[in-house]
Design a protein around this ligand. Structure first.
Ligand SMILES: Cc1cc2nc3c(=O)[nH]c(=O)nc-3n(C[C@H](O)[C@H](O)[C@H](O)COP(=O)(O)OP(=O)(O)OC[C@H]3O[C@@H](n4cnc5c(N)ncnc54)[C@H](O)[C@@H]3O)c2cc1C
Length: 385
């Protein structure tokens, strides 16, 4: 087993790190406070090829691997987890669904501008009463001649107010349960489609999160994405890659927490010594670094399996579960190492703590990951997001 990165991957890491530190880092605190980042950031990320990391060049993408995508995600989240989350929803959920299930025509029309960063995407599965139990989707799509008519709403949608293109799940045949949910591509400006309330969040605040509302929204029949009734089935496949991304997102926050803690512990003096001289602090840093490394190896392993075309549902869920829970612990330790200063906005670790919590909730909570892992290990049946 060789866990080292190739020269190209090291270069990718360096490029994304330099970009994030120069273009995003200086604004991270302000964007966290304002709860938004400028649209122009997406354009710049697009110019670097980061809005279509894994899609083939023929669809405007960068043709990179899932491991490359994990590197990108980690480096963005290390600097601004909100930006990273928006990029993740755009890349792996919205574009990912179109790449997986779209016709050639749909890929050319919708995926290409998304992958180039000319357009921004969002992905709507979650509803008020259908979260972990996404099969409980209430939004309906009823066929009417050459159109589908959508009614209902989605909640917690990343990029919900900024996206140009939305992939939305709706029930097309209630009697078929999970197999009666279909996916549709919606465009901003379609009559009857609008964004709703913007959510005021604990963390990942620079990322836009809002409702999507459909009121007799007439969607052309050719915008059905994938086979009718396969929206939820495809969702489960999309989340396998998505979870590697959320694992990497968590690792980025954890890495930032570790780095900030090491710098602080070497500079802060108490009792005539840098606090890094105290074994209690050293042990915390040793544990933090070990967890970061373990999380990264789990995520890279899942990514490598995917890149090799192998089954990786179990590994993706394990990576997401471990990395996201470790990130919360690590960020909490980082605040502790900073003492009272860790509690102030002047230091970034309080933001890391707030941001880290999303990893244990988005794209399937920790409890749902445990359900997926147990079901895979015990060969239990059942569909869970
Ligand atoms: C910032 C943010 C961005 C998001 N972005 C998107 C997006 O872009 N698109 C999208 O579709 N969704 C998005 N989501 C929604 C996210 O995926 C859901 O919040 C998540 O899946 C949990 O659903 P819920 O919030 O309804 O919680 P619930 O499902 O109501 O869960 C509440 C609690 O019950 C537990 N629980 C539920 N069922 C079980 C069970 N069977 N066994 C054990 N415990 C259980 C959960 O783990 C959790 O602890 C986002 C959420 C956030 C916070």
């Amino acid at each position: 087993m060789d866990f080292s990165l190739s020269e190209e991957q090291e270069l990718l890491r360096k490029t994304v790190r330099e970009f994030a530190e120069a273009e995003i880092g200086p604004h991270a605190r302000e964007w966290d406070e304002k709860q938004e980042f400028p649209r122009e950031v997406f354009t710049k990320l697009g110019a670097l090829g980061l809005m279509g990391v894994v899609w083939p060049a023929e669809y405007g993408g960068s043709g990179m691997s899932t491991l490359d995508y994990a590197i990108v995600m980690e480096e963005l989240a290390r600097v601004d987890a909100g930006v990273a989350l928006s990029v993740a929803a755009h890349n792996s959920l919205s574009s990912g669904h179109i790449f997986l299930a779209g016709s050639e025509e749909q890929k050319k029309k919708y995926l290409t501008p998304l992958a180039r960063g000319e357009k921004v995407g969002c992905w709507g599965l979650t509803e008020n009463s259908a979260g972990s139990d996404a099969g409980g989707t209430k939004t309906t799509a009823v066929r009417d001649g050459g159109h589908w008519v959508l009614n209902g709403s989605k909640t917690f949608i990343t990029n919900g107010r900024v996206a140009d293109t939305a992939v939305v799940m709706a029930v097309t045949d209630r009697a078929k349960g999970n197999k009666g949910i279909s996916a549709f591509i919606l465009e901003r400006g379609m009559k009857g489609f609008r964004s709703g309330k913007k959510e005021d969040k604990l963390g990942v605040r620079s990322s836009d999160t809002s409702e999507l509302i459909f009121e007799d929204c007439r969607v052309p029949a050719e915008n059905l994405l994938g086979q009718e009734g396969f929206g939820f089935v495809d969702t489960l496949k999309i989340l396998d890659r998505g979870r590697i991304g959320i694992a990497a997102f968590s690792i980025g926050i954890a890495q930032a927490s570790l780095e900030a803690s090491m710098t602080y512990a070497q500079g802060r003096r108490q009792f005539g010594h840098p606090i890094a001289d105290f074994q209690a602090i050293q042990f915390k840093i040793a544990d933090m670094a070990t967890k970061v490394r373990a999380a990264r190896l789990l995520a890279w392993h899942a990514a490598s399996l995917r890149d090799a075309g192998k089954e990786h549902k179990l590994e993706s869920s394990m990576a997401k579960l471990f990395a996201s829970e470790a990130a919360v612990e690590i960020a909490l330790d980082a605040v502790q190492i900073h003492g009272g200063y860790g509690y102030l906005k002047e230091y970034p670790v309080e933001r890391y703590l707030r941001d880290s919590k999303l990893g244990t909730i988005g794209e399937g909570t920790s409890e749902v990951q445990r359900l997926v892992i147990a079901r895979e290990l015990l060969h239990l049946k059942g569909m869970v997001r």
